[in-house]
Design a protein around this ligand. Sequence first.
Ligand SMILES: Cc1cc2nc3c(=O)[nH]c(=O)nc-3n(C[C@H](O)[C@H](O)[C@H](O)COP(=O)(O)O)c2cc1C
Length: 201
Amino acid sequence: MINAANILVINGSYRDDGITDQTIEIMVQSIMESGARADVVYLRDYPIGFCLNCRECTQTSGVLPGKCVQQDGMEDLISRIEQASAYIIASPTNFGSVTAIFKRFMERLVVYAYWPWDNNFPEYRKDNSLRKKAVLVSSCAAPGFLGRWLYGTHKQLKMTARIIGADVVGTLFTGRIAKDSYTSLPESVQKKAKTLAIKLI
Ligand SMILES: Cc1cc2nc3c(=O)[nH]c(=O)nc-3n(C[C@H](O)[C@H](O)[C@H](O)COP(=O)(O)O)c2cc1C
């Protein structure tokens, strides 16, 4: 049974208290102040391996995710994804894309594809009915509008939302913020983070 306001946050940053962590913290605070729940997964501390490309998990049809042959933290994470009512999906931009730990997580989402051996392409298991909401969060050194357009990050975060069955209701893509080893988030970014968090409740 899905709790009406149970937000799962997936954080693909490597850095404690960096731009991504600070943004997430503000969003989580807003969610909790509104009486909803937030469950934060820090991929940097989370025990998941690389996808083996065996495609065993994709062979049986149905809307529920397939079963991975690996026994690691992904099984629990998939169950948290299924239980959540909405998502915050976050990763900084590293070399033009999401971080490596985010990409590793993304590839493990192949359990959300139905892809029998005789099909050339996978099909999404989650169709367009009963879709959940997602907010995407990213930052980069370049100006935000440019980073969002130029890099693969935004596309990859969107693809992640799509495969787990969520529609993107907002994006916070900041740039040119980290001008020191520690930077506090500007007021304008804090305000947008709060507004977007409330959209998920
Ligand atoms: C290894 C590495 C690669 C990066 N690559 C890019 C990049 O391709 N383009 C860009 O605009 N910023 C790049 N950045 C800057 C980060 O995206 C930016 O500092 C981000 O805010 C870091 O997020 P965090 O504070 O959550 O760690 C890179 C930073 C590092 C450490």
